[in-house]
Design a protein around this ligand. Sequence first.
Ligand code: NAP
Length: 414
Amino acid sequence: MAKYKHIVIPKNGKPITIQKKKLKIPNNPIIPVIEGDGIGRDIMKATRRVVDAAVEKTYKKRRAIAWMDVYAGERANELYKEWLPKETIDAIKKYIVALKGPLTTPIGGGFRSLNVSLRQILNLYACVRPVSYFKGVGSPVTHPEKMNMIIFRENTEDVYAGIEWKKGSKDVKKVINWLNKNMKTNIRLDSGIGVKPISVTGTKRLVRKAIQHAIDNKLPSVTLMHKGNIMKYTEGAFRDWGYKVATTEFRNKIVTEDEVWDKYNGKVPKGKIVIKDRIADSIFQQVLTRPDEYSVLATPNLNGDYISDACAAQVGGLGMAPGANIGDYIGLFEATHGTAPKYADKDVINPSSVILSACMMLDYMGWNKAADMIRNAIQKTLNKKTVTYDLHRQMKGAKKVGTSQYATHIIKNM
Ligand code: NAP
């Protein structure tokens, strides 16, 4: 077994392995967990308790997760004097399925986002964010129950590739002068520059995953979200390559929206998934006005970041928004939100986001019964109007509880 400096391998666990292109899950899988900065500490404690209780109640003593702490962010800096130690990356690569709390990223300077680095180093090319409504949660829209979407956001390229040069730097002057001279551009010398690469490879593997998800879960449509009318060779190309994957690799499972009108008189043939595309600004108003017309969204990196928070706002906010970063096999499960530093260690924040991310993790491992038990228990807890501060301010007559108490209620309601 690998030797680590600070990571302690649990004696009672076994690694998940890949056999015949599938994950093989032992009854006591070792799951690396990054606690995270800020509210991560409160949330992860609550999440582990809830997951352990659900696994125990579902599978009696037959199955249990062997959690293995691995480090990134502030805790890693304390232990290793590094923000993202190599052994953390190695452990996630080896153990394949991991859970993660939020990590701090400074704006406009300092180190690069650890979250973005993790996704790129581990090649976790799909950021998957389901957004659906739990009955009773307050919402700014009239029919939040109509929102039932899953967003597949490309996770490794676009403006997140980290290729940028600061205004006034030697490098930015080189770039601007080269572009102005050789490409006949007219860029102001006092500009900062960022590069937006979008590739066939990155687009196709993401859209392929989104369509496969729609097929596996019998969902009605996949929508490609892009701003291709303006950024033709990046976002426009994302749209074109997305359709190409659909019509070449999934031809007998899908119809395009154009085909529905041209060949089928506006009626979707039974059993087919509709592939459509929408311009980014239009989809922002569509998810408010006609959310039930959308099911799976496939998006470039930046669009996906924006639209997932906007959708989450309709179903109770970031406290209810789970997510996952998935590659060919590795899955790193984490909430959409950040470290919310003002609430750190106050035991007040809503842990549902990470608990629901852990449910996605259990589904990914094939432990769906335990995941369903948790989701049902969250619904029961909400029915009883026992909620954290964020939902309390949107719900009449609710009882406000802290993070740890809320987790206890979920466990009681299993
Ligand atoms: P944030 O941490 O997501 O928090 C913004 C606001 O969202 C909070 O003040 C709170 O709103 C609400 N919120 C977030 N999580 C919640 C939860 N679990 N329950 C209830 N409400 C919740 O965003 P930020 O303050 O802009 O970012 C803080 C740091 O996190 C930054 O360093 C950022 O880079 C980092 N970040 C990390 C990740 C990641 O690790 N994947 C993702 C995003 C941001 P109210 O104050 O209205 O209650």
